[in-house]
Design a protein around this ligand. Structure first.
Ligand SMILES: Nc1ncnc2c1ncn2[C@@H]1O[C@H](COP(=O)(O)OP(=O)(O)OP(=O)(O)O)[C@@H](O)[C@H]1O
Length: 216
């Protein structure tokens, strides 16, 4: 299992003013790290950098001490991102979305079949396996994206606002599943607006006014 470290990172889009400056934080195997902050504080920006999608303007993102240079390398190193906008293909079914992702990351068709059905079941979506994403509710789509993220068995799991459209029971189910990922040994980073969800994590990094402070 791998440790992801952000070291003195300034994060910006193009030549713009940095969204965050001097971010230093470590996501450790077996732990849940909440990333909190108001809308626009930079949670997605930080998770994008942790995924290898946004190279820091200054500082570094390291996976087990090696610089993370791009998303392809992130995927190879087992850094899984569940994006805020779910990132699912609308014209594929729930099970196809998961199977495609598993096969693209080296799974065999048999593993993809098993992994798809197990992960959909964990999210209470066995009955929706064959439905097109565009036919699912917002919360069902969000749960499908989580099922896909879990099926990839990442060493690092980055979950961006993945409970925003869920009812209380499903929100708790997802928090329990993220905890189970940490118990499996993954380093889990969970961006959330929800104070109760943040309280369920081992540590909390709070983003405000362009800086990141580890409050717990
Ligand atoms: N692709 C982009 N290009 C330029 N600026 C961006 C881009 N994406 C985000 N930003 C800016 O970066 C800042 C932080 O946005 P970000 O999406 O990281 O916040 P957030 O904390 O995830 O917000 P929310 O809780 O609303 O999802 C905002 O001011 C936003 O306008």
């Amino acid at each position: 299992m791998r440790t992801l470290t952000v070291e003195g990172a300034d994060l910006a889009y193009g030549d713009g003013v940095p969204v965050l400056t001097g971010v230093t934080v470590t996501a450790r195997p077996g732990e849940l790290l909440a990333v909190t902050g108001t809308s626009g504080a930079g949670k997605t920006t930080l998770l994008s950098a942790m995924a290898g999608l946004l190279p820091p303007a200054a500082g570094r993102v390291l996976v087990d001490g090696d610089p993370l240079l791009d998303r392809d390398q992130g995927v190879k190193l087992g850094v899984v991102l569940i994006p805020q906008d779910n990132g699912l293909a609308a014209i594929l079914t729930a099970e196809e979305n998961i199977a495609v992702a598993m096969i693209a990351t080296g799974g065999t068709p048999a593993e993809a079949r098993r992994g798809t059905s197990t992960s959909l079941e964990k999210l209470g979506l066995s009955g929706q396996a064959g439905q097109l994403i565009e036919e699912l509710s917002g919360g069902q789509q969000q749960r499908t994206a989580i099922a896909r993220g879990l099926a990839l068995h990442g060493d690092v799991l980055l979950a961006d606002e993945v409970t925003s459209e869920l009812d209380a029971a499903n929100r708790q189910r997802v928090i329990d599943l993220l905890r189970a990922e940490a118990d499996r040994g993954a380093a889990v980073v969970f961006a959330t607006h929800d104070p109760e969800a943040a309280a369920a994590c081992d540590h909390e990094l709070h983003l405000a006014d362009g800086t990141a402070i580890l409050v717990r």
